[in-house]
Design a protein around this ligand. Structure first.
Ligand code: FE
Length: 281
């Protein structure tokens, strides 16, 4: 499979009120990986890169999944939820027909690092009621292999259930650290009929013989790729830290306009009109 391994280096962008993010999925290099629409990685010790945060903004038609590796953010939304996102915690928000929310840093110094992943919803769910779920750090099961530690945020792994189950896309979301000179074989069932990728955070990681540099996404499986056998991962002289994500493709048209992701142009126009006329909440 190494011949077909696709690497997507991140692009540095400014999001929200001026937060520096490293984007891989959702760029011209990789527009989407059905059902995934966007992956932003933020990681900085410079408050100027994160302090402005994400003031009130809308979403419609998909799920946002935020995972904080380090830092403290406060979430407030139009459903009336207020939630602290702290180091090691996560937040799953099904925006569906519409949510307006803010995500603001609660720190003025130190490192802020984490991910935001956008996961598409099938057409029948796009105008359903919004939902919000906070995942506390202690709720995330940790699976220890001989030379790997796996924090299972969503999905199942070797019979173990993660903190979150998503019946719509069968999301698997794992934070994995391989010890130095470690190895781990990813089972083929994580990829059969799925889209799957990993993203290098720190250290040197290899997929088969291909080196995955930090801040780079590697597509392991896409909706049209042939059945994949087990995928061997290994680390070098330093621990390798990365996330692994997989999900079942939806297979429907995607029309996206900023924070609105629908199936047709008309639905996007309606989303813009609904937002302008305060019909989101
Ligand atoms: Fe948002």
């Amino acid at each position: 499979m190494s011949a077909s391994l696709r690497l997507v280096p991140s692009q540095r962008l400014s999001e929200g009120a001026g937060v520096t993010v490293h984007r891989t999925l959702g760029t011209p290099t990789l527009r989407t990986l059905d059902p995934f629409l966007m992956l932003d990685h933020f990681n900085s010790t410079n408050p100027g890169d994160y302090i402005a945060g994400f003031p009130d903004h809308p979403h419609r038609g998909f799920v946002t999944f935020t995972y904080l590796l380090e830092g403290h953010m406060l979430h407030r939304d139009s459903m009336g939820h207020e939630g602290d996102l702290v180091t090691g915690g996560a937040q799953w928000m099904k925006a569906a027909r519409g949510v307006i929310h803010s995500e603001m840093p609660q720190q003025t110094q130190g490192r802020m690092s984490g991910f935001q992943l956008w996961i598409n919803l099938p057409a029948r769910e796009k105008m359903s009621d919004p939902e919000y779920r906070e995942i506390l750090p202690g709720e995330i099961p940790v699976i220890r292999h001989e030379n790997a530690e796996i924090r299972l945020l969503a999905g199942s792994w070797a019979g173990q259930e993660g903190a979150l189950t998503d019946p719509l896309t069968h999301l698997l979301y794992a934070d994995i650290t391989l010890s130095p000179q470690g190895s781990l074989s990813l089972p083929s069932r994580l990829f059969a009929g799925r889209s799957a990728f990993l993203y290098g955070i720190e250290g040197s990681l290899r997929v088969s013989k291909t080196e995955i540099p930090p801040e780079t996404l590697a597509v392991l499986s896409s909706p049209n790729s042939p059945a994949t056998l087990e995928i061997p991962l290994s680390s070098g002289s330093l621990p390798a830290h990365f996330i692994l994500v997989s999900g079942r493709p939806i297979g429907e048209p995607v029309v996206a306009y900023g924070p609105f992701v629908m199936n047709t142009r008309e639905e996007i126009e309606r989303a813009i009109d609904d937002y302008r006329n305060n019909r989101f909440v």
